[in-house]
Design a protein around this ligand. Sequence first.
Ligand code: KIV
Length: 286
Amino acid sequence: MSSRGMTVDQFLVRKKQGPPLTMVTAYDAPTARLLSTAGIDIALVGDTLAMVVQGRENTLPVTIDEMIYHTRLVKNGLEGPLLVSDMPFLSYQISEEEGHRNAGRLVKEAGAQAVKIEGGREIAGLVRRLTLSMIPVIGHIGMKPMGIHQMGGFRVQGRDAESRRQIVSDAKALVEAGACALLLEAIPATLGQEITRMSPVPTIGIGAGPHTDGQVLVFHDLVGWTPAPLPRFVRTFGNARSSFENALSGFREAVQNRTFPSPDETYAEEREKRPQKSGKPKGKDA
Ligand code: KIV
């Protein structure tokens, strides 16, 4: 990432020279701050918001207004990573005009620097139109979570020759329409490699094997906050769930056995001189 932050024009350099791109989802400002300090390249306000934050069964219910709201929250905490926002279900499928207007809202009202759209050949017209109006687009192909009812669940795609051909032709159509990157989800590693070789723009994989130009994970999965079972392609790099659980049960026990708050955590009538603890209020009363 350069000192002015990640931009779409650096994608091609990263494809040629590496290192692989890192993309992680974020839905609020504190998470955006974590991504920024960790040096992550791209923050994705994914429509997984519906599942990991709103507690829904799939991504379909999330609305464009909710995506705008959460994109603004992420922008407030982000410094460095490129801000990409997802186009939610039915925000672009009804007409290209509507898709154009909604993508524009994510950029204009929320501060997104690019949008991600699920779809292949069928969205090529919209991708061309957005690209011409200077909205960079990441095309999302392979397993498209919005197709859950058609697929009968979240299923790996591109395993047979016909489905593989369709995905390759989706990739070509998106690249020709001007997509700045391709997100490849839940496909065999050999297909991830084939698309990465033929694509002039970077591929970012999730369950697409090790050969893509970058990798993306959902924040809650990556830090170990999502309860099991997790998809095969997720690696958990942290233990957030148990550390939050320990903190909460520690609080409950300390309140119930009256060890919290201690005298050090309590205001006296007379102001006393005590060393400041980090994270404590620093107002005139502190
Ligand atoms: O919405 C999302 O979080 C995604 C994941 C596949 C990264 O698209």
